[in-house]
Design a protein around this ligand. Structure first.
Ligand code: FEO
Length: 399
C-alpha cells in the first residue's frame, strides 16, 4: 500500500499518483503524470484534508480504510472544490454519513452547484477565526482567493506547524518514491512545477502575492500541497520561487523562439534568429515548433525567460492555427515584464505577422523589441540581415 506516515505519529500522506490521465483539466498534457495529494490526521477526531480525482478514488478509499480501520471520518476539509481534489467527496459522505464537510461560505456555494441535493446540515462553515480541535491537533484556516479558485483556502495545523496549502506550491509530475523536497532531486521536478504554475495559477500573480503576504505571518515547518512534492527543507526557496513567478521575475537570462511553419521557410527564419541570439551571447536559447510542442510547455518557459520571439507564417489571412493557443493564452494570463520580437512569412496578403502585432498591442505587459520581419517565401539576404538585427536587439535587452 503506497501510503506514508509523514509527520509525527498520526499524519499520513494518502495521495494517489495518476500516470494514466492524458490531460489535466482535459487539455494540459501530463507526460510525467500528476499526484492528487490527500492527508489524513488520525487524532481523537479523524480528519481528511481534501480527496482525489474521481478516477483515483478506489485506491484512495483503500488507503483511508487501511489507516483508520473501523474508525470513522469525522471531518473532511475541502480546501478547494475543483474536482481533482473533491472527486471522492461524495463517496466519503456515502461511506461515513456522519462526516462533517468543512469549508468556507463560497465552498458551500460550489458544493451545491456540483451536487444539487447536498445536505447543508453536513456542512461546517469556517472562517479565519475558527479553530477545529481534533484532540492533539488544532487547525486554523485562511482563504487564498484565486489560488486557484475563488473559494480556495489553506488549512494550518497549529500543533505541528504544517501548512496544507492546496494548489499553492504544487506541481505536475508524480511522486516516484520520495515525497519530501530533501528526498529527491528538485531539478527533476522544477520544469513541471513551473509549467503547472504558469498554466494553472499564472493569471493570478497578484493574488499569489497577497496569499504569500497573508501566510508569512505563520510559522511553517512543513508545506503539504495538493499536488507534487511536500516541502520541509527548502521552504524559503519555494516561497521565493512562487513570489518571483507571481511577480513575473525571470529565473534566468534566456530567449524562447517559437515558430509556426508549414513548409520550412519560417522555420529557417527561426534558425537564423536562434543562431544570432547565441552569437550575441545568449546561452539559453530555446527553439520550439508550435505544431510539435504543446503551448503549455512554451508558456512554462515564458515564466522562466524574459525574451520571447514569435514567428508565424500566414494561414488564410491570419496567424498560423497552432500559434493561436499560445498567444491567446499568454494574452489571457496577462503575462508581464517580457520582451517580444516578431517575424513571419507571407505569400500574397499575409496575416501571420499582422496577427502577432495585434497580440503585442493587446498584451499590455509585454514590450515589443525591434522591427517585425516578414519574408516572402525563402529568406533573402536582406531578410537575414533584418532577422539578425532583431536578434541583436533582443540580446541587448536581455543582457
Ligand atoms: Fe488542483 Fe485547482 O485544483
Amino acid at each position: 500500500m503506497n501510503l506514508r506516515k509523514i509527520i509525527g505519529k498520526d499524519i499520513y500522506w494518502i495521495g494517489v499518483n495518476d500516470r494514466k490521465t492524458e490531460r489535466f483539466e482535459n487539455y494540459l498534457p501530463l507526460p510525467h503524470g500528476v499526484t492528487y495529494n490527500s492527508y489524513i490526521i488520525d487524532d481523537e477526531k479523524v480528519c481528511l484534508i481534501d480527496t482525489v480525482e474521481s478516477g483515483s478514488s478506489i485506491e484512495f478509499l483503500n488507503k483511508v480504510k487501511y489507516v483508520i480501520g473501523d474508525k470513522k471520518i469525522d471531518y473532511l476539509i475541502v480546501n478547494h472544490m475543483e474536482p481533482d481534489h473533491s472527486g471522492a467527496m461524495e463517496e466519503i459522505i456515502n461511506l461515513f454519513p456522519e462526516v462533517k464537510i468543512v469549508g468556507n461560505k463560497m465552498t458551500l456555494r460550489m458544493i451545491k452547484a456540483f451536487y444539487h441535493d447536498f445536505d447543508e446540515s453536513k456542512f461546517l462553515c469556517v472562517n479565519e477565526e475558527f479553530e477545529l480541535d481534533l484532540g492533539t491537533h488544532k487547525l486554523g484556516f485562511a482563504t487564498i482567493p484565486m489560488v486557484h479558485w475563488p473559494e480556495s483556502m489553506v488549512t494550518y495545523d497549529k500543533t505541528e506547524k504544517i501548512l496544507f496549502s492546496n494548489d499553492a506550491f504544487g506541481g505536475f509530475g508524480t511522486l516516484n518514491g520520495g515525497l519530501f523536497d530533501d528526498e529527491v532531486d528538485f531539478n527533476d521536478f522544477r520544469a513541471e512545477m513551473r509549467r503547472y504554475y504558469a498554466n494553472i495559477i499564472g493569471k493570478y500573480g497578484m493574488q499569489v502575492n497577497k496569499a504569500i503576504s497573508k501566510l508569512s505571518q505563520l510559522e511553517i515547518d512543513y508545506i503539504c500541497p495538493s499536488h507534487g512534492l511536500l516541502w520541509r527543507n527548502k521552504i524559503p526557496g519555494v516561497i521565493k520561487l512562487y513570489s518571483d513567478w507571481g511577480n513575473f521575475i525571470p529565473e534566468e537570462k534566456g530567449v524562447i523562439v517559437a515558430y509556426g511553419s508549414m513548409y520550412g521557410n519560417t522555420e529557417k527564419m527561426a534558425e537564423i534568429v536562434a543562431k544570432e541570439l547565441f552569437r550575441c551571447g545568449i546561452k539559453n536559447v530555446r527553439v520550439y515548433d508550435v505544431s510539435k510542442t504543446d503551448s503549455s510547455v512554451i508558456i512554462g518557459e515564458v515564466w522562466k525567460y524574459q525574451g520571447l520571439i514569435l514567428g508565424s507564417c500566414a494561414h488564410n489571412g491570419a496567424v498560423y492555427p497552432k500559434m493561436i493557443p499560445l498567444i491567446s493564452k499568454l494574452n489571457n494570463y496577462g503575462v508581464k515584464n517580457r520582451y517580444l520580437g516578431i517575424f513571419g512569412n507571407m505569400m500574397w496578403s499575409g496575416g501571420g505577422v499582422k496577427g502577432l502585432e495585434k497580440f503585442a498591442q493587446e498584451t499590455k505587459g509585454i514590450e515589443k523589441v525591434g522591427e517585425s520581419v516578414e519574408a516572402k517565401g525563402a529568406p533573402t539576404e536582406e531578410i537575414i540581415t533584418r532577422l539578425k538585427a532583431l536578434a541583436k536587439e533582443m540580446a541587448d535587452k536581455i543582457l
